[in-house]
Design a protein around this ligand. Structure first.
Ligand code: A3P
Length: 320
């Protein structure tokens, strides 16, 4: 793990050596930090985020566990919030030339990465941020202010398959492919970036049931099935509901189309650019479908993961 520790502060190195570790999906190890699994560089960035970020009531935080629709919710929310400035027909709509992750930066991969402490005070309101950090570990002012959180949840079967594909694309070439079975066993034990997945979901789920004005909980599958009604839900939650005129003009459908998998996938910036770490954007757009897991998981794997889901989420009211 020498390489893993490059550019880490001594404080962070010391901390990491005291944490439980498991085999990582993309790096030699991942570590259990504040109850969730992550990489050393992420831990350092999250500590800095927890120390320095100051939420404003007008902020909007987009939260997900990796591979559950982060890119999509960033695009949708950006398009809704900026629809007066950039109409969907605008030739210079930022979504046509920037990847959604550049328009809505992650706290942990971008803003607080590499020992940076960004000055976010001059960003135009409302500020949009993305994060994979579990609810319990969000910076305190996010929880205590009136800023809003949107959480997107995806069924664990598809999220697993999506993660496995992605990891194999972005894994260093010096490492052999990561076998499906091995990834699956780690996933079922909760050992996956920002997991256990059930804890991640439950943290935001619980908060959304107790404070629905604070946390909007949405599901990838529902968004796929009826994007327009979810766009309305999002706009209402964000306090910028679509007017009747906007709806009659077809604006909601146009936003859905602009942000669709098919549209984003074929844009030059998403075929060639890099927005998260040094990973190519094209890997963020694989299939964009619901239920692709049936092509990969054996009956016994389905049974095993179903059991985990029932055991961990059965009592919560959260269903897939
Ligand atoms: P698949 O691997 O199943 O295709 P994240 O954005 O959180 O990294 O999640 C990536 C998953 O969302 C991938 O799933 C990807 O194809 C899908 N995705 C990316 N953009 C999308 C969009 N605009 N609409 C729907 N799904 C999208």
């Amino acid at each position: 793990g020498k390489e893993e520790e490059e550019n880490l502060s001594n404080e962070c190195k010391g901390l990491i050596h005291s944490l439980p570790k498991e085999k990582g999906w993309r790096t030699p190890f991942i570590y259990l930090f504040q109850g969730f699994w992550c990489q050393p560089k992420e831990i350092q960035a999250i500590i800095s985020f927890q120390k320095h970020f100051q939420a404003r009531d007008s902020d909007v935080i987009l939260a997900t566990i990796p591979k559950s629709g982060t890119t999509w919710i960033k695009a949708l929310t950006f398009a809704i919030m900026n629809r007066k400035r950039f109409t969907t027909s605008s030739k210079n709509h930022p979504l046509l030339t920037s990847n959604p992750h550049d328009l809505v930066p992650f706290f942990e991969y971008k803003l607080y990465a590499n020992n940076q402490i960004p000055d976010l005070s001059n960003l135009p309101k409302p500020r949009l941020f993305g994060t994979h950090v579990p609810f319990a570990s969000l910076q305190e002012s996010i929880k205590s202010s009136s800023c809003r959180i949107i959480y997107v949840c995806r069924n664990p079967f598809d999220t697993f398959i999506s993660s496995w594909h992605y990891i194999n694309k972005v894994r260093p070439e010096s490492l052999p492919p990561f076998p499906l079975e091995e990834a699956f066993n780690l996933y079922c034990k909760g050992v996956v970036g920002f997991g256990p997945f059930w804890e991640h979901m439950l943290g935001y789920w619980k908060e959304s049931t107790e404070r629905p004005e604070k946390v909007l909980f949405m599901k990838y599958e529902d968004m796929k099935e009826d994007t327009v009604s979810h766009l309305k839900m999002l706009a209402n939650f964000l306090g910028v509901p679509f007017s009747i005129e906007e709806e009659e003009e077809g604006m909601i459908k146009d936003i859905a189309k602009l942000c669709s998998f098919e549209n984003l996938k074929d844009l030059e910036v998403n075929k060639c650019g890099k927005s998260i770490k040094n990973f190519e954007n094209k890997h963020l757009f694989r299939k964009g479908a619901v239920g692709d897991w049936v092509n990969y998981l054996s009956p016994s794997m389905v049974e095993q993961l179903s059991k985990v889901i029932e055991e961990k989420l059965g009592d919560s009211g959260l269903k897939f």
